[in-house]
Design a protein around this ligand. Structure first.
Ligand SMILES: Cc1cc2nc3c(=O)[nH]c(=O)nc-3n(C[C@H](O)[C@H](O)[C@H](O)COP(=O)(O)O)c2cc1C
Length: 210
């Protein structure tokens, strides 16, 4: 079977400036191109964490911002990923944009985002999502679905108005990148890989074999 990423669609296309000194700007450019190229949410990324014993786990998250500080996502702070991050505050993100035949990998240390930022983002979410955040003890075992629906009704009763505050167990995390790799497909699987490694205030840029 021919993989989507092997058809050399990007062959002959000018490479983005591989020596671009700012990988965050390059990421934002790629994200904008991905958002324009496909109806799928381009901010979706696989988030890999590891527990105290180094055992990895991975799941998708939506990366809500990427700037000089890092890549931000929001979640339940008692979830499995949050427990991993408490024990081992490092993570990796992987974005894949099939329409572009591009991938971006990010690795770095993780810190919780300030509560004020989590409050601001939580307020921007639809009421249903805010109710769900309150009702779900994310990653805990679920007896049956009715249990969850009852939890939603209990939250609705507790907060009848539109003013639904952020649950204390819900918040954001920031992955401060130490390494960012841009991959794009090339002909004959001779793909293009450019890696940026944090060096002090700047970035060291290099190429990797495909
Ligand atoms: C496309 C996509 C985006 C998701 N975004 C988030 C997110 O931003 N935050 C979150 O907590 N879970 C998100 N999820 C659910 C997670 O993948 C995961 O099921 C959940 O966070 C529990 O993971 P954990 O038990 O490893 O902590 C998303 C799932 C998908 C498929």
């Amino acid at each position: 079977m021919k993989s989507r990423a092997s058809n050399g669609k990007n062959a002959g296309m000018p490479l983005p400036p591989s020596a671009a000194p700012d990988p965050i700007a390059r990421f934002r450019d790629a994200l904008a191109r991905a958002a324009a190229a496909s109806p799928h949410d381009a901010t979706a990324a696989a988030l890999a964490t590891a527990d105290a014993h180094g055992a990895p786990s991975v799941r998708m998250v939506l990366v809500k911002s990427a700037d000089a500080r890092g890549f931000a996502f929001f979640t339940n702070r008692e979830s499995r990923k949050a427990r991993d991050l408490a024990a081992n505050p490092r993570a990796a993100l992987c974005f894949h944009w099939p329409a572009l035949e591009e991938q971006v990998r990010v690795e770095g240390a993780v810190t919780p985002l300030p509560d004020a930022e989590a409050d601001a983002y939580f307020r921007s979410r639809p009421r249903e999502s805010r109710l769900g955040a309150w009702a779900s003890r994310q990653s805990a075992p679920l007896g049956d679905r009715a249990e969850l629906e009852a939890a939603v009704r209990a939250v609705e009763a507790r907060f009848p108005g539109d003013d639904l505050p952020r649950p204390p167990f819900w918040g954001g995390y920031l992955v401060a990148p130490e390494r960012i790799e841009f991959w794009r497909s090339g002909p004959g699987r001779l793909h293009h890989r450019t890696v940026y490694v944090r060096r002090g205030d700047g970035w060291e840029v290099g190429a990797l074999q495909p």
